[in-house]
Design a protein around this ligand. Structure first.
Ligand code: TXA
Ligand code: MG
Length: 324
């Protein structure tokens, strides 16, 4: 597929233009270390409404507000517990989203009507440069979900964003190309509204890292159907068109994703052979997309074992395997 008219390289000029474009109420897709985000001015109701339209996402699913620095998060939130300060200091910029009680700045069109708001400082030069340029122009934060259609696989390249969303974008919108994402799965979401942190979505920042940073034992993860709506925790999510089968024995004609030490049987289409868990996360979504580009009906994925990032990978694959 060819690059669309929306994609631009991240020159200083392109970043300035993107910040202005955002301030004028348009959308800018940008790279982060996890996945590409579809950004809009977090204070602009019409612009945020376009995120929902473009993604085909239900309007009651809240958005994460991205900031260039933890220093400016106070305007968006209230009641920041000590442990959240420790987390921010240790892991931001990084693949972590913290959920706090919202201030009046975080309006219903960002929070889906909930009284909490998600904040993230991403660890990517392009994302940070864009956020800083936006801040310099007087912007307060960029709301951004993953830049995919609702329920699909998150994009980890500008090309994937273009393939997903070009037909829904307007001429003024932009996609910034910052190369492939280095983490590859979405941020760890941590609820910071209770006496101790609670993971709502596993990601690059792991249980061990959070407990080490805060000196606290995590609260039990709740069932997502309860009061907090995390669309990424819906049973069916992160799904390619191909059927995802969690197994170790693919047969001829099926796609296959597994660590490099698993052999590819005759006639099986190997989509990626990551050498470790970090590479597995990085390759995951691109491999699922490749299966769709090749028109494969089924992809067999061998779930990686272990803790840390492997938990996030298994979480996404469990959901992808529920199909669409
Ligand atoms: O890595 C990431 O987090 C990427 C990059 C672009 O930053 N963003 C991302 O956004 O994955 P999204 O919207 O695709 O997934 C964020 C999840 C959603 O499931 C949303 O429901 C949840 O975060 N979320 C946002 N605000 C929340 C809140 N106040 N309470 C509970 N969940 C929230
Ligand atoms: Mg998403």
């Amino acid at each position: 597929m060819s690059q669309s008219q929306f994609v631009s390289k991240c020159t200083t000029d392109a970043l300035q233009l993107a910040a202005t474009t955002l301030l004028h109420g348009n959308l800018v897709a940008f790279p982060t270390e996890t996945v590409y985000g579809l950004g809009a001015d977090a204070l602009n109701k019409q612009a945020v409404a376009r995120i929902y339209e473009t993604k085909g996402r239900p309007s009651d699913h809240p958005l994460i507000v991205h900031l260039h620095s933890m220093q400016v998060m106070g305007q968006w939130i209230e009641d920041v517990p000590e442990y959240a300060i420790a987390l921010g200091r240790d892991f931001w910029p990084g693949p972590m989203t913290l959920i706090f009680k919202r201030s009046t700045l975080a309006q219903d069109f960002i929070t889906g009507g909930q009284n909490t708001v998600g904040i993230r400082v991403p660890d990517h030069v392009v994302a940070l440069a864009l956020l800083e340029a936006f801040h310099t122009l007087g912007g307060r934060g960029i709301a951004a979900p993953s830049a995919n259609r609702f329920g699909h696989v998150s994009p980890t390249t500008a090309q994937a964003v273009s393939d997903e969303l070009s037909e829904y974008l307007r001429p003024e919108d932009q996609i910034l190309d910052g190369g492939p994402c280095t983490v590859g799965v979405e941020s760890t979401i941590i609820d910071c509204t209770g006496p101790a942190p609670r993971i709502l979505r596993p990601g690059g920042i792991t249980i061990e890292m959070i407990e080490e940073s805060t000196g606290l034992t995590l609260l039990q993860t709740i069932d997502s159907k309860e009061e907090i709506r995390v669309s990424g925790s819906l049973e069916k999510h992160y799904s390619p068109t191909a059927k995802v089968i969690l197994d170790t024995a693919p047969i001829a004609g099926q796609g296959f994703l597994a660590l490099a030490d698993s052999k590819t049987p005759e006639g099986v289409i190997r989509l990626a052979e990551p050498k470790d868990i970090v590479e597995f996360a990085r390759d995951l979504y691109a491999a699922l997309r490749k299966a769709d580009e090749m028109g494969l009906a089924e992809v067999v994925v061998e779930q990686p074992q272990g803790e840390g990032l492997a938990i996030a990978i298994r979480d996404r694959l469990e959901r992808a395997s529920k199909g669409r």
